[in-house]
Design a protein around this ligand. Structure first.
Ligand code: PRP
Length: 202
């Protein structure tokens, strides 16, 4: 029996499709249910940023999460496999036609990715004032809340439609299969078997 935390939404669906192919079973969350138990698996439907928490505490043996979420905090976990799903990048967003003013004493950055943003500007020896937001980040520079944003860019459509343009890429990300260290030690064979089977259908 293995418990796997999946991030709500498209990545969960795409991951379940891979499990369906690999194990020849139908895996679908019913309506509003957050738990799906079938064929020796318990899938949990959790918020993206909460996946590492479930896995770290051992409430889930495995999880699926973006590298960007892992980069935000230090987690003592095992990264098993790049699922090549949800490929996107974390990038700077600016009002179209403008550029960052590196001569300013401090740059104000709105983001959900606080540590990734800090790291990027600190490497450039630039002081930052981080405004932590939880969504609709693209609004911030439009209404003067920040000079720029650091956010996920997939197609670039959200930035474009909101009068922003994509600046420097900070990191590339995609969904990875992660494991709790203890689970990996105790259920190694089972976990490696899953890894192999998923790998075959990628
Ligand atoms: C992300 C991100 C952007 C959008 C980028 O939001 O915050 O708003 O996707 O995609 P695009 O480049 O293809 O337009 P998401 O849908 O993950 O929702 P969230 O803001 O709630 O995380």
């Amino acid at each position: 029996m293995l418990t796997i935390a999946l991030p709500k939404g498209r990545i969960a669906e795409e991951t379940l499709e891979k499990f369906e192919k690999a194990f020849n079973e139908k895996f679908v969350f019913e309506d509003r249910k957050l738990i799906l138990e079938k064929a020796g698996f318990t899938f949990l439907n959790v918020r993206n940023q909460d996946v590492p928490t479930y896995v770290m505490h051992g409430a889930a043996d495995l999880g699926v999460v973006g590298l960007d979420v892992l980069a935000e905090k230090e987690y003592d976990l095992i990264k098993l496999l790049d699922l090549n799903l949800g490929k996107c990048k974390v990038a700077i967003g600016l009002k179209a036609g403008t550029q960052l003013d590196w001569t300013k004493s401090e740059i104000k950055v709105a983001t959900k990715h606080v540590n990734i943003a800090k790291g990027f500007f600190e490497k450039k020896a630039m002081a930052v004032d981080i405004v932590k937001l939880y969504g609709s980040i693209e609004l911030a520079p439009l209404v003067g809340l920040s000079d720029c944003i650091v956010d996920i860019v997939e197609t670039g459509a959200t930035m474009k439609q909101n009068g922003l343009e994509v600046g420097d890429t900070i990191m590339e990300t995609s969904a990875h299969l992660i494991a709790n260290k203890n689970s990996f030690y105790i259920k190694k064979e089972e976990i490696l078997n899953i890894k192999e089977k998923i790998q075959e259908v990628l």
